[in-house]
Design a protein around this ligand. Structure first.
Ligand code: BES
Ligand code: MN
Ligand code: MN
Length: 463
């Protein structure tokens, strides 16, 4: 592995420049106005794979954004690693809260990242992270040290629900056959506390529309006599949690797996400083389900949150109006064994049942995803554990992530392959927020760790 170390040392600047170039492409999947940029990003990704030495690379068209797929067989007897990542990014809004433009990356030192961090949309989620795999691959192939066959599948629709990727997987099971899926799209606890993600929450995302009178009304002439849909929506939303901050939707907790006292104890041994957490967010107090710690609230408990709410007059100054409609986007994070389809029905039924007669409600579902748990006794996990231990000098702690990657459960179901969630970001890297960044330490540490995974995985599979 000495060859790889010197390869990395002498390529650091180029590896950084190449990533910065990719970060200049605004590949926002949610907004059709960026469609051309998303395609440019797919092409740039494909080109990088080719340059790194992947012999067959194709851009697969879908009903939405393209999927970049590439593969190399070095030894038919060696195991095959499928690298999954996404080249699309979240919209950069609100733009005025960025200290530098989201698609003009800059490297700056921060308290958490004394070696410097790259500030740009997608720096951590997920361009910086999937690109580590391309660079690690380039190093391994270039040094004659690639012990596994590799397939790359980098998609452009993760941030919008991976609908077309699911179809692609179902229709291309053979092409995608592999021994393990390797993913860097999550976080580590800290740069001195490596961790492997052993769980992801599922998601059920709903939209509600509440209609009162058939048109907007003068709030003086009608106010007090006719239900205001915004007022009604707010009380309906407020009623979704009880005094213990539990979700009151009937049946919501029915399928929630009970986590053993032993596992709860273990997860709470991970370093976590509530004071630092609160200070970072500038909140005086935290809020969440009674009886659970912050780590548990984001790791093993389901939640319900309003992501957006609108209606009525929101322009400059004051307009007196009793609006006809109010809207909200409400998401629920799910844990094993909750089923997003079932939760969707339960939520719809509940929401309709709490609506007063003075309004009509319409409930629709957006994308969803199943929760995931990763066993820690598999060869896949053990190889990842050893790889991190080699690179960090410390054994990684297993940790459940609060976010969702909907396609991961599908890899298991459709491809019959377990995923290794070996992410290198920090929770404080502001993914999806203004000033998203990714530490240079994290970027290079990832590139250093990945080849160890290939090495130990190939060795352990042989035995
Ligand atoms: N990479 C994140 C998920 C993530 C982040 C998991 C940090 C664990 C720790 C991913 O890109 C993401 O943002 N997923 C979305 C879901 C998707 C359907 C929009 C999410 O979690 O909101
Ligand atoms: Mn991501
Ligand atoms: Mn994301």
């Amino acid at each position: 592995m000495k060859e790889l170390k010197s390869y990395l040392t002498s390529s650091k600047q180029r590896f950084l420049d190449e990533l910065l170039e990719l970060l200049r492409i605004p590949s926002v999947s949610a907004d059709p106005k960026y469609k051309g940029d998303v395609r440019r990003m797919a092409e740039a990704t494909a080109e990088h794979l080719r340059k790194a030495g992947v012999p067959t690379v194709e851009i697969h068209e879908t009903a939405g954004h393209p999927i970049v797929f590439g593969e190399i067989t070095v030894n038919p007897k060696a195991p095959t690693v499928l690298v999954y990542g996404h080249y699309d990014v979240q919209p950069p809004d609100p733009l005025d809260l960025w200290d530098s433009p989201p698609f003009e990356p800059v490297v700056k030192k921060t308290k958490t990242h004394p070696d410097g961090a790259i500030f740009a949309r997608g720096a951590c989620d997920d361009k910086g992270q999937f690109f580590m795999h391309v660079k690690a691959f380039e190093m391994m192939l270039g040094s004659g040290l690639l012990p596994c066959n590799v397939k790359f599948m980098i998609e452009g629709e993760e941030e919008v629900g991976s609908k077309n990727l699911e179809k692609f997987c179902r229709e291309n099971k053979k092409k995608l056959s592999c021994n393990v899926v390797l993913i860097s799209d999550t976080s580590v606890i800290g740069n001195d506390t490596p961790s492997l993600t052993v769980g992801l929450r599922g998601l059920c995302y709903m939209e509600v529309e509440v209609t009162g009178p058939n048109r907007d009304l003068h709030s003086g002439v009608y106010g007090g006599a006719v239900a205001n849909p915004i007022n009604v929506l707010c009380s309906m939303i407020a009623s979704l949690h009880d005094a213990k901050r539990q979700v009151v939707v009937k049946g919501f907790y029915d399928d929630v797996q009970k986590v053993s006292a032993k596992e709860r104890k273990l997860m709470n041994e991970a370093p976590f400083d509530e004071k630092v957490y609160k200070k970072d967010l500038q909140v005086a107090e935290l809020m969440g389900e009674k009886g659970f710690t912050t780590i548990e609230r984001t790791g093993i408990r389901p939640t319900l949150d309003v992501n957006g709410i609108w209606g009525g007059y929101t322009g400059e100054g004051a307009k007196t109006v009793l609006p006809s409609k109010a809207f909200a986007k409400i998401s629920m994070r799910l844990v094993p064994d909750q089923d997003p389809k079932k939760i969707e029905k339960q939520f719809q039924k509940h929401f309709e049942s709490i609506a007063p007669k003075s309004v009509k409600v319409k409930v629709t579902a957006h994308h969803g995803g199943y929760p995931v748990v990763v066993p820690t006794n598999s060869v896949e996990y053990k190889a990842a554990e050893k790889a991190m231990e080699m690179a960090y000098g410390k054994k990684p702690l297993p940790q459940r992530g609060g976010g969702s990657i909907p396609i991961v459960a599908m890899f298991d179901q459709v491809l019959g392959a377990k995923s290794v969630l070996m992410g290198f970001g920090l929770d404080s890297d502001d993914i999806h927020s203004p000033n998203e960044h990714y530490g240079l330490f994290n970027y290079y540490k990832g590139i250093e760790t990945i080849p160890y995974f290939y090495k130990y995985y190939a060795e352990m599979k042989k035995k």
